[in-house]
Design a binder for this molecule. Structure first.
Ligand code: Q9C
Ligand code: ZN
Length: 338
């Protein structure tokens, strides 16, 4: 399998508000190092990413957001505090047309949706490297590989067109899907198996019929991202019927997960999907500190085998997963079964 990885992720380790206290994020550099080691040990050759196409980035994210992300740390360090992470402290009131503020503190509120995420020196460089890994893996598939994996860190599926949150800044899975579309695949599916709802990917493609978005996740009634991921969210405008959510109760086992997964795979196979992106979070793992599901390493292998039955050119993009010691094993189990 083609595996794309980079050391650039090391420049990013943000702070997050945890139970009312600021702490170094659970989304740590160690995560990617462990996955990398496991894949190397499993015999995969690792490729470096190529340069990211800025036009592609702009087909997924707003130009103003990209300008903000690329300069946020510099502005915060110069105008606020070079020794503290750049974080929002206020967000817009619901239900109003919001005017984007000029000030860096105001823009942090405008361009984020949570305090689980901040910007530090090196965040932009790492986010860009992750996006270029997704782009490179997709290029490998476009040029004939059946499957390629991008070891993206920071993850991406919570990032919308113009907001960061949930440890995500640039939506790597959406970038892969858009690249597959640009290469001529008429319809593309993103299948998100991360424990959390892929709200950003859903939002980016919500009014489009050309990208089917499917997410299996913990019911947002009781879990982050709290406000999206319900079964009734089916798309809008041209996109009606092209978004599927499978919220599962807290503590779900692989039985419940597999039932949803089989429905998702059947839906993909039954419609005219030409290429697939898997948003591979492994935080559904039984020992994940952020999750409540009871999925085991063997279950991740079964998950990989079930999804491979789509028989589609596939880009696998790393999303969440926080049980550091087991991350590499779980990702390797999924990939080898796939
Ligand atoms: N401190 C992904 O898995 N809430 N993001 C954490 C515990 C945010 C997860 C609460 C979870 C974000 C990509
Ligand atoms: Zn997650």
């Amino acid at each position: 399998m083609h595996v794309f990885a980079s050391h650039q992720h090391r420049s990013h380790h943000a702070y997050e508000l945890q139970r009312g206290k600021l702490a170094l994020s659970t989304e740590s550099p160690d995560r990617a190092e462990r996955i990398r080691d496991a894949l190397k040990n499993a015999g995969h050759a690792l490729s470096k990413p190529d340069e990211l196409d800025h036009d592609l980035l702009q087909r997924v994210h707003d130009a103003k957001y990209l300008e903000f992300l690329s300069s946020a740390w510099r502005r915060w360090a110069a105008e606020v505090d070079a020794d503290a992470p750049a974080m929002a402290i206020s967000w817009p009131e619901r239900g109003r047309n919001v005017i984007r503020p000029e000030n860096i503190v105001g823009q942090l509120g405008y361009h984020s949706f949570g305090a689980d995420c901040s910007i530090v020196d090196g965040t932009w460089e790492a986010a860009m490297a992750a996006a270029s890994l997704a782009h490179s893996a997709t290029n490998a598939v476009i040029t004939g590989a059946h499957v390629a994996y991008a070891l993206c860190r920071p993850p991406g599926h919570h990032a919308t067109k113009d907001q960061f949150g949930g440890y995500c800044y640039l939506n790597n899975s959406a970038i892969a899907a858009q690249r597959l579309r640009d290469a001529g695949n008429k319809r593309v599916a993103v299948l998100d198996v991360d424990y959390h709802h892929g709200n950003g990917t859903q939002a980016i493609f919500y009014d489009r019929a050309d990208v089917l978005t499917i997410s299996i996740h913990a019911d947002p009634t009781h879990e982050f991202p709290w406000f999206t991921g319900h079964a009734a969210e089916s798309g809008s405008g041209d996109g009606v019927g092209h978004n599927l959510n499978y919220p599962l109760s807290k503590g779900s086992s692989f039985d419940a997960f597999r039932t949803a997964l089989i429905l998702a795979v059947e839906h993909i196979v039954a419609t005219d999907v030409e290429a697939l992106v898997i948003a591979l979070g492994v935080d559904a793992y039984v020992d994940d500190p952020l999750g409540t599901f009871t999925i085991t390493t063997e279950d991740f292998a079964k998950m990989g085998a079930i999804i491979s039955e789509c028989h589609l050119p596939t880009v696998i993009v790393q999303e969440g997963g926080y049980a550091t010691d087991a991350l590499g094993t779980n990702v390797a189990a999924f990939l080898s079964a796939f």
